[in-house]
Write a protein that binds this ligand. Structure first.
Ligand SMILES: Cc1cc2nc3c(=O)[nH]c(=O)nc-3n(C[C@H](O)[C@H](O)[C@H](O)COP(=O)(O)OP(=O)(O)OC[C@H]3O[C@@H](n4cnc5c(N)ncnc54)[C@H](O)[C@@H]3O)c2cc1C
Length: 471
């Protein structure tokens, strides 16, 4: 079978070598044509179409170690897939040995210490489901089907970020298989340099097999959901969003969305496909206080839909899932913004009016709060001046519509990037974004990351990622 070496040469991977790998692994080893190979090799974004030579569906740390050792012994290119949600398709590579972590989805909660240990293949919803049993939550993202590991390794933000910082600020430790096939612990006490690098430097340093998250009391009942208006109300709704967000306590997080209305049951049928403006909200403190704070949003104008109510936190975490299915074509452009300026609002409305697909959106995610209070050097994520994330999120079905949808996102971005802090979110970078965009995403941390890389992966075994060259 044809496979690729670390430096990209094609080689013949012999059947006995492959049989040897199968004997060493507890999980299934798949090659093209095997049942399950297609599901494993594909990622969330259908724009990415790559074919690893071999997929190893790891069932535990021993399988991961066996794969790393096998790849090293045979000089094979390695790639690692946890949730497979990275828009640039960093989880998959042609000709590689893919470590598919998606069977490792165990979560163990210690409610006394307020820590959850999650295996690397977990999706966000797996962690929320177990932690919420104890009225606790980790700081994770907005879509329950996203992989925890890629999200955490790039920073991570969601409804709880304003209270407790980036997801990676709330990691207590990680278990990591290194380039030489050893299992090590990365925490403030053990291998602190590796721990620093992992909290923003992506998959450059090893295979993460498990993550320990600090947990906080949240819910189970919170006030959360969404209110939507026709896009003709956008100027007034954006002003409302801006005003409430500016004075919101850290427990309240607001997201603004402009898009064609999805065919959701809470929106009237006649609105489906028509342009709307919507505010998503989560108040993660007491529901009584939350109801008071979101009342002006619910009372504003004449909404076409309002499901901003008391509900379980875990339910809010999956509210957007249906709008982001695996298998569509996706292209994003993002920037961090220090604040929302009126001039930006007018441009957002104009670009939203030109969205060429029923699935695309302009999103403004509120950040600031806790993440701004930590030092820039605290972790490689940096961007401690970020107040909001702007995402121009193109999504469509057919390859023949690629050009129009990519052009929309790029044109809007060209016009809006003047409002940026200069930074962007590394986990939102698309395939065509090069080293300058990566450098802007990581701010001042790149040099130190290169030193950590040189120590932990001098041969650059872990290179199918936003790669940091060892120095
Ligand atoms: C629908 C959707 C919603 C999103 N919402 C949010 C959000 O609310 N907040 C947010 O912060 N981000 C969000 N993101 C972005 C998200 O953080 C990234 O897509 C992230 O890569 C997802 O992690 P994953 O495990 O699925 O990554 P994968 O695609 O599996 O992998 C991405 C990268 O991480 C590396 N990697 C994966 N697993 C490991 C491992 N076990 N060890 C070492 N390296 C590994 C891979 O090599 C690859 O380079 C969203 C993405 C999508 C598609």
């Amino acid at each position: 079978m044809r496979a690729k070496t670390l430096d990209g040469r094609e080689i013949d991977l012999k059947q006995d070598a492959l049989d040897g790998l199968k004997l060493r692994l507890k999980g299934p080893v798949l090659v093209p044509g095997d049942p399950g190979y297609e599901e494993s090799r594909t990622v969330w974004n259908a724009m990415i179409d790559r074919r690893p030579a071999v997929v190893a569906r790891c069932l535990g740390v021993a399988d991961v170690i066996a794969c790393v050792q096998f790849a090293r012994a045979n000089d094979l290119l390695l790639c690692i897939k946890s949730g497979g949600h990275n828009i640039a398709g960093l989880a998959t590579a042609d000709g590689a040995l893919m470590l598919d972590m998606s069977l490792m989805r165990g979560v163990w909660v210690d409610p006394r210490r307020k820590v959850a240990h999650a295996q690397a293949g977990c999706l966000l919803g797996d962690v929320d489901r177990e932690t919420q049993l104890h009225g606790l939550a980790a700081v994770l993202g907005f879509v329950s089907l996203t992989g925890i590991t890629g999200l955490t390794l790039g920073g991570g933000f969601g409804y709880l970020t304003r209270r407790w910082g980036w997801t990676s600020d709330n990691v207590v430790g990680m278990d990591v298989v290194t380039a030489d096939g050893r299992l090590v612990r990365a925490s403030a006490e053990e291998n602190a340099d590796l721990f620093w690098g992992l909290r923003g430097g992506g998959g450059n340093f090893g295979v993460v097999t498990g993550i320990d998250y600090a947990l906080y009391p949240v819910g189970p009942e919170i006030v959360g959901g969404v209110v939507a208006w026709p896009a003709s109300e956008a100027t007034r709704v954006l002003e409302l969003y801006r005003t409430i967000a500016e004075s919101a306590p850290p427990e309240l997080t607001l997201v603004l969305l402009m898009r064609p209305a999805p065919p959701a049951p809470w929106l009237p049928k006649e609105m489906h496909g028509k342009p709307i403006v919507a505010v998503l909200a989560c108040y993660s403190g007491s529901p009584e206080e939350g109801e008071k704070l979101v009342a002006p949003i619910k009372a504003f104008g004449k909404p076409v839909g309002d499901v901003l109510v008391r509900r379980p936190y875990a339910q809010l975490q999956s509210l957007l899932d249906g709008t982001q299915p695996k298998g569509r074509r996706y292209y994003w452009k993002s920037e961090y913004l220090p604040r929302i300026e009126p001039a930006l609002c007018a441009k957002v409305i104009a670009h939203a009016a030109r969205i060429p697909s029923p699935h695309s959106a302009v999103a403004l995610f509120q950040l600031d709060g806790a993440l701004n209070r930590l030092d820039e050097a605290h972790s490689p994520v940096g961007n401690r001046d970020a107040g909001y994330v702007l995402n121009l999120a193109g999504a469509w079905e057919q390859a023949c519509d690629d050009a129009a949808n990519i052009a929309w996102a790029r044109e809007a971005w060209n016009d809006l990037k003047a409002f940026s802090t200069g930074g962007n979110y590394v986990n939102f970078l698309t395939e065509d974004e090069g080293p300058e965009r990566f450098a802007a995403a990581l701010g001042k941390g790149l040099q130190r990351l290169a030193e950590v890389k040189a120590k932990w992966d001098p041969q650059n075994v872990f290179r199918t990622n936003r790669n940091i060259a060892p120095v």
